[in-house]
Design a binder for this molecule. Structure first.
Ligand code: FE
Length: 133
């Protein structure tokens, strides 16, 4: 699986300003403003930047935080994590492993079966609704 390396200028052309700010500048959308906060349809959430499948609707849960939340990724290979000590906090950043897009943060207060909470910006995701039948 090849990695994608584009320049910031190339990303800027392909993404909306909000998508660019979140995925390439590690921004955070305001809570309860994202497109997928309340989405419950079955389907797959892909990386908005490169299309990599990242999360399944079956792992999505209502965290009450205002951001789409998942208790596990589709595959551990598709997301990567890094320590983030910005804003005087110690957090775990979650990124798309294929293109390096910033997705959000990982917390250890999620529901079973994993106890994990992947707190992800809607702006980093592109939802692909599963076709019926
Ligand atoms: Fe990506």
């Amino acid at each position: 699986m090849g990695k994608i390396n584009k320049t910031q200028e190339e990303w800027k052309k392909e993404l909306t300003p909000e998508q660019y700010r979140v995925t390439r500048e590690k921004g955070t959308e305001r809570p309860f403003t994202g497109e997928y906060v309340h989405t419950k349809d079955p389907g797959v959430y892909r990386c908005v930047a490169c299309g990599e499948p990242l999360f399944s609707s079956s792992a999505k849960f209502d965290s009450g935080t205002g951001w789409p939340s998942f208790y596990e990724p589709l595959s551990e290979d598709n997301v990567s994590t890094e320590e983030d000590t910005s804003l005087f906090m110690r957090r775990t950043e979650v990124l798309c492993s294929k293109c390096g897009a910033h997705l959000g943060h990982l917390f250890e207060d999620g529901p079973m079966p994993t106890g994990k909470r992947y707190c992800v910006n809607s702006a980093s995701l592109k939802f692909e609704k599963k076709d019926k039948g």
